[in-house]
Design a protein around this ligand. Structure first.
Ligand code: PXP
Length: 244
């Protein structure tokens, strides 16, 4: 039981944008998400995740192109299923794309992508990505109906939303973990790779390793937070060691 670590560097860009959103050509622009990604790789990350949002609130277009160029592992581009961002993904050609909800209408009750309601739109994006050699992961709630929808869309990977688990405590947390385990089993039986993420940290991550056939965890906020005190390389190394 173990998992490999994908580090989400969005919030390194959040810090940069806090000061330089309107002045990104200033010579002082810092911190650089690409530098953070390289440090995360030195610490044991097997991939770098970045979410290009429609409002560009943290990561911006040139970050994605620079990450693709600079990193030695694989780029996982998180994105909403909008024509503008799909076109960018097809230019960048990351190894992986993780489709996530960006607007309220796309979200299930708990916050994953609603693959049942948005089946048609997802189908055409999955095809475009597949034709371009990009592997698509669908970020979904640990719900049987969503797994079935992902399977019928022939998605090669799902990322199970661990947010409800991360926010729960006591018996409610145990119930969320059980739901994640059942969903992981269902997905792996359908031949889908199981990844997971959202809200995971150094304290709550261990029980998640009980998910059957779990491959990759994508973790951002907690690692970026810890990196303020120990540096990104060490923050990633500590998390990768927990997952090993
Ligand atoms: N996975 C997905 C699909 C996400 O949208 C996010 C948040 O950007 C994460 C993982 C990482 O979540 P966190 O920052 O809470 O670790």
């Amino acid at each position: 039981m173990g998992a490999v670590l994908g580090v989400n560097i969005d919030h390194v860009a959040t810090v940069r944008q806090a000061r330089y959103a309107k002045n990104s050509s200033s010579i002082n622009v810092e911190p650089d998400p690409v530098e953070a990604a390289l440090a995360a790789e030195r610490g044991g990350a097997i991939g770098i995740t970045a979410h290009l949002r429609q409002d560009r609130r943290h990561v911006v277009d040139h970050d994605i192109f620079r990450l693709k160029e600079a990193i030695g592992t694989k780029l996982n581009l998180e994105m909403g299923n909008s024509p503008e961002i799909v076109a960018i993904a097809l230019k960048v050609l990351p190894a992986d794309v993780c489709l996530v909800p960006e607007s309220r209408e796309e979200v299930t009750t708990e916050g994953g992508l609603d693959c049942i309601a948005h089946r048609a739109a997802l189908e055409s994006t999955l095809k475009a990505m597949r034709d371009a050699g990009i592997r698509v992961s669908l970020f979904i709630d640990p719900e049987p109906g969503q797994i079935e929808a992902a399977a019928s869309l022939e998605a090669p990977v799902v990322e199970l939303h661990t947010g409800a688990y991360a926010e729960a405590s006591g018996v409610a947390r145990d119930a969320e973990l059980a739901r994640l385990i059942a969903a992981a089993r269902l997905a792996s039986e359908a031949g889908i790779q199981v990844n997971a993420g959202h809200g995971l940290n150094y304290v709550n991550v261990k029980p998640i390793l009980a998910l059957p056939k779990l491959v990759e965890l994508n973790i951002g906020h907690s690692i970026v937070s810890r990196s303020l005190f120990v540096g990104m390389e060490q923050a990633a190394r500590e998390m990768a060691a927990l997952l090993a």
